[in-house]
Design a binder for this molecule. Sequence first.
Ligand code: HEM
Length: 146
Amino acid sequence: MRIAVLIHLLGVIVWMGGMFFAHVCLRPVAAAQLPPPQRLPLLAAVLGRFFVAAGVAIVAILVSGLLRFGDIGGAATPWRWHAMAGIGSVMMLIYLLIVLRYYPRLTAAVAAQTWPAGGAAMDAIRKLVLTNLVLGVVTIAVAVTG
Ligand code: HEM
């Protein structure tokens, strides 16, 4: 089922590309050029849109990946598929940690205009996104070279 692989890769591109853009392009420039009362509402709004897109991408990655597992069947599946599913699951848990714990803290701090709390939440999100970015590169390397 090549369509499942296509959906899988499109999901990976959206998720990884979005994290790369947020971490490498958006946040450093916003941090350098905007004070917290402008930076944090901007980042909260941009990340809110991205996390919705990433959520859809993650469901697509998971369903399409599991469909391919189902096609081939248990013992015949290569070890790199299992490694990918393992690291991919950790990435998904980290995503859930961000959207269920730290992103609500960021939006609450922005609404209350408590900038130090917002900065702390944003810092936690930044570290977790960086972690997922690194894990994603490892996952892709395992997937294509293992
Ligand atoms: C629990 C989550 C995941 C499962 C169950 C899963 C499963 C799979 C399976 C079964 C394939 C093989 C498709 C085929 O060749 O027919 C595949 C391919 C691939 N996956 Fe995943 N995957 C998951 C997460 C991820 C993540 C998070 C990434 C990257 C960040 C990723 C990147 C890739 C890539 C690049 C390929 C293409 C490999 C190639 O064609 O050589 N996967 N995945």
